[in-house]
Design a protein around this ligand. Structure first.
Ligand code: TIU
Length: 221
């Protein structure tokens, strides 16, 4: 069984029951001039995940293993956006407002879609989620159950928000989660560091943390 050198200890997984989950690598969060940057965030902190994640996705595809992509966003009429989420932020920057890449976080808009480098290929699953976690109000549980998935390699942005929420949701549902540190990103370096520590602390309270080259080496063995 492939084994990855990880914190708090080695992570072993059966490739036949493991999916790579790529959380919210969307233009609205990652591109200069987009929603994330308009909120005052440093998007370069997220952009550095693109290259290692592209390499991990390529190795995963070569091994013939499943990739599940997620996108955070809402219906054009915002009927799936709770008022509390909508009202947050500066009034000129609300979800649904016109942004540099179309209406912010609205399904079907250019900014809502995944960055060019990490676009899904045919046969891969794309989950549109209205919340931070990938399980809330989505078909993810059904898909994982149908495919016999037991372990998740969780990547994407942002570490302390949608990645963390998803790892926590997965943890409560009995999935083993490994987070490759170089394939998750936060706008805030201190949240990146502490967010990763929180996953592996207490003997792996939410899961394991590793570097992506170790995951790639494990599936190529
Ligand atoms: N995908 C995700 O993390 N959504 C966010 O809103 N993240 C922030 O850090 N704002």
């Amino acid at each position: 069984m492939p084994t990855v050198d990880a914190q708090p200890g080695p992570f072993s997984f059966d490739p036949d029951s493991t999916a790579l989950v790529v959380i919210d690598m969307q233009r609205d969060f990652l591109l200069p001039g987009g929603f994330g940057e308009s909120l005052g965030n440093d998007v370069s902190q997220l952009q550095k995940t693109i290259e290692p994640l592209a390499a991990l996705m390529a190795a995963w595809r070569t091994a013939g293993l499943p990739i599940i992509h997620t996108r955070e966003g809402h219906k054009p009429d915002l009927s799936d956006c709770p008022p509390a989420k909508l009202s947050r932020g500066a009034p000129s920057m609300r979800i649904g407002d016109p942004g540099a890449f179309g209406r912010i976080l609205i399904r079907g808009e250019y900014g809502h879609d995944i960055v060019d480098e990490l676009q899904p290929i045919e046969g891969e699953t794309v989950i549109d989620k209205p919340g931070k976690g990938a399980f809330y109000a989505t078909e993810l549980s059904d898909i994982l159950e149908k495919d016999g998935i037991k372990s998740l390699i969780v990547t994407g942005v942002t570490t302390e928000v949608c990645v963390h929420t998803t790892v926590r949701e997965a943890n409560d549902r009995g999935y083993e989660c490994l987070v490759p540190a170089d394939c998750v990103g936060s706008y805030f370096p201190e949240f990146q560091q502490v967010g990763l520590k929180m996953i592996a602390a207490q003997g792996g309270i939410f899961g394991w943390v590793a570097e992506s080259p170790a995951v790639i080496a494990a599936i190529q063995e």
